[in-house]
Ligand binder design. Structure first.
Ligand SMILES: [Zn+2]
Length: 162
């Protein structure tokens, strides 16, 4: 199957599933480091990994080190982002949605949107191709994390704990 060929009815392309596995592995690595378990990978137009990373808020004491920004930085400087795909385990926050739009990243593959509803709808409205996988493993990872570390979660999404 060519990389451009779609997997019927899912909107996924070849490489997206592998990208999600990488993002999930990054999220799990972040959890083991005591961090917020969100992972991401930036794929080129052929589905190859340009950069991968995870939320590093706790590890680096850096509230701007989100999974998507970490993967984006690891990909290094690029002339453009046309045709690239940001794969993330969780719906992107406004900051990361802004990054996708700012740099013209063409596609967004989201592991899940149930535990957090970020800017994926907004990105779709602005021409980004958005695919929500609704992966149970991503849901479980975030659900358990939010239950166990509510303070860290609300700090990460910039909200006060109710
Ligand atoms: Zn973010």
């Amino acid at each position: 199957m060519s990389k451009e060929e779609r997997i019927p009815e899912t909107g996924l392309r070849a490489g997206d599933r592998e990208g999600l596995e990488i993002a999930l592995a990054e999220a799990q690595a972040g959890l083991l480091e005591g961090g917020v378990p969100i992972g991401a990978a930036l794929l080129d137009s052929d589905g190859r990994v340009m950069g991968r990373g995870h939320n590093r808020r706790v590890q680096d004491q850096d509230p701007s080190a989100h999974a998507e920004t970490d993967a984006f930085r690891k990909a290094g400087r690029q002339p453009h982002y046309r045709g690239t795909t940001m794969v993330t385990t969780l719906s992107p926050c406004w900051y990361c949605s802004g990054l996708v739009r700012q740099f013209g990243i063409s596609r967004l593959v989201v592991g899940e949107t149930r535990t957090f509803h970020g800017g994926h709808d907004w990105l779709a409205e602005h021409g980004v191709e958005v695919v929500v996988v609704d992966d149970e493993r991503c849901v479980r990872l975030m659900t358990e994390f939010v239950e166990q570390y509510p303070e860290l979660w609300f700090e990460d999404i910039g909200e006060e704990r109710p």
